[in-house]
Design a protein around this ligand. Structure first.
Ligand code: ZN
Length: 150
């Protein structure tokens, strides 16, 4: 990744962390799950409104570092309108990206996720970036137990 791209990606992450999208709770009808990353202190609650197999709406609340907040912000944007299977596929792509298994992945396929490519260089940050995704998966599965990255 060149410096220019790295800076651009950092700007996008900072922008999302300062003005997170879909940052609000949802009513009782939504499926929700809580996640915690003890390593960094990030907490997140993910809310999903499902219509059969499709995620109609997604939102989150929580406190965390810039990466965890930006990741949840981008994630909630991406999940809307997706089926469970599509959501799982995006999670796999994202996980491969931040764990360094997809550094050469096609930027078009990565879409908005591409901005997190640099996270792979900081292993301690991987859990910040993936916390919301693990939590969203728990919400999809209707799990009551809070998710912990440890
Ligand atoms: Zn964090």
């Amino acid at each position: 990744m060149n410096d220019e791209l790295r800076e651009l990606y950092q700007d996008v992450i900072i922008e999302h962390s300062k003005r997170p999208r879909n940052f609000h709770p949802m009513g009782d009808a939504a499926q929700r799950a809580e996640g915690y990353n003890p390593l960094c202190g990030d907490t997140v609650t993910v809310y999903l409104t499902l219509d059969g197999d499709i995620v109609r709406d997604a939102s989150f609340q929580g406190h965390g570092c810039a990466i965890s907040t930006a990741s949840a912000s981008v994630m909630t944007e991406l999940l809307k309108g997706k089926t469970r299977a599509q959501a799982e596929q995006i999670f796999q792509t994202f996980h491969d990206l931040v764990t360094g298994k997809a550094q050469d992945a096609d930027p078009d396929r990565l879409g908005k996720l591409a901005v997190f490519a640099g996270v792979g260089e900081f292993p301690a940050r991987v859990k910040c970036a993936t916390l919301c995704w693990h939590t969203a998966r728990a919400a999809l599965e209707g799990k009551e137990e809070p998710v912990s990255t440890e």
